[in-house]
Design a protein around this ligand. Structure first.
Ligand code: HSE
Length: 311
């Protein structure tokens, strides 16, 4: 039995514009790392967190990684097992890239590996959803499911949970830009209308079906024209500096589609090649710089692996 492990789990782009809470995909970078050790002292302790600038709770009941590790131990009938955790944040918090999800998923994958993979990655999803509930008040799965399973994922239903891995074109790249303004998911969820008009719902489910069909058919045009959101984006766009200017720039530079990543403020574009994705991040970062806003950029294929053991 392994006594110590280091795991990386990836960031994710949730919603994919039209699929609020039901679509998401994983990227190769950024992501978070968790080191976990079995100890003889009963209980779960969180030894340290790095890279969070002191923003995350060190209380093991409040931090998602340790709190969910406790749930896992209870579930497998080992509530008194001894675990030590280190969380190394390698990605921005409150960025719309599934930061809490990457940490929780790295922790869950680590503990499940230490306890002989008693659950499948898919079976770990409800535990990770509890982590999202702790982090932002609602246990959505569109970050944790792709982070755990890799690839492009559809949450067909929450009750009962029904999660589908979708195919995607081999040459699909994401260009991600994170403007350094803080948008906590909790706040970004509270501002959305809870009631929608039927005509908007018709537009939205047409686009979700169109996007999923485009992924199956390798039809970039269809993917792109389905990346339209009439329900959530109009409200959340106001949190992102010059959102519509950024969109116009990305589309002019050759994006297939563009939108908010998760609850923002990160934005992303899908492209057919790495060069275009790079150009988009350069242009968007330059524009943000002209507004005196610092930003980070990532270019990635869709991540096919999900979490990986580093050590
Ligand atoms: N679907 C979630 C939301 C993702 O948009 O609030 C959060 O990253």
């Amino acid at each position: 039995m392994k006594r110590s492990i280091k795991v990386f789990a990836p960031a994710t782009v949730a919603n994919v514009v039209c699929g609020f809470d039901v679509l998401g995909f994983a990227v190769n970078e950024p992501g978070d790392e968790v080191i976990m050790r079995l100890t003889d002292k009963p209980g779960v302790s969180l030894l340290k967190i790095t890279g969070d600038e002191g923003r995350l709770p060190l209380d093991p009941d409040k931090n998602t990684v340790s709190a969910i590790a406790k749930h896992y131990l209870q579930h497998i009938g080992q509530p008194n097992a001894g675990i030590e955790i280190e969380l190394h944040k390698k990605m921005p918090i409150g960025s719309g890239l599934g930061s809490s999800s990457a940490s929780t998923v790295a922790g869950l994958f680590a503990i499940n590996t230490l306890f002989d993979n008693q659950l499948s990655n898919k079976e770990l999803i409800p535990f990770a959803m509890k982590g999202e509930e702790l982090a932002c008040g609602y246990g959505h799965a569109d970050n944790v499911a792709p982070a755990l399973m890799g690839g492009f994922v559809l949450i067909r239903s929450y009750s009962p949970l029904d999660i589908i891995s979708l195919p995607f074109p081999a040459e699909l790249y994401a260009a991600i830009v994170y403007p350094e303004v803080d948008v906590p998911t909790k706040d970004a969820r509270q501002m959305i209308r809870s009631k929608v008009y039927l005509k908007d719902a018709v537009t939205q489910w047409g686009n979700v079906a169109g996007l999923v069909s485009g992924l199956f058919m390798n039809d970039y045009e269809l993917i792109g024209r389905s990346m339209t959101d009439v329900l959530v984006e109009p409200t959340r766009a106001i949190l992102i500096p010059d959102f519509y200017v950024l969109r116009a720039m990305a589309m002019e530079t050759g994006a297939i589609g563009f939108g908010i990543s998760g609850s923002g403020p990160s934005v992303f574009a899908l492209t057919r090649d790495k060069e275009t994705a790079k150009k988009i991040t350069q242009n968007l970062q330059q524009h943000l710089k002209s507004l005196s806003i610092n930003s980070l950029a990532f270019v990635s294929e869709v991540n096919k692996k999900g979490p990986v053991v580093l050590d």
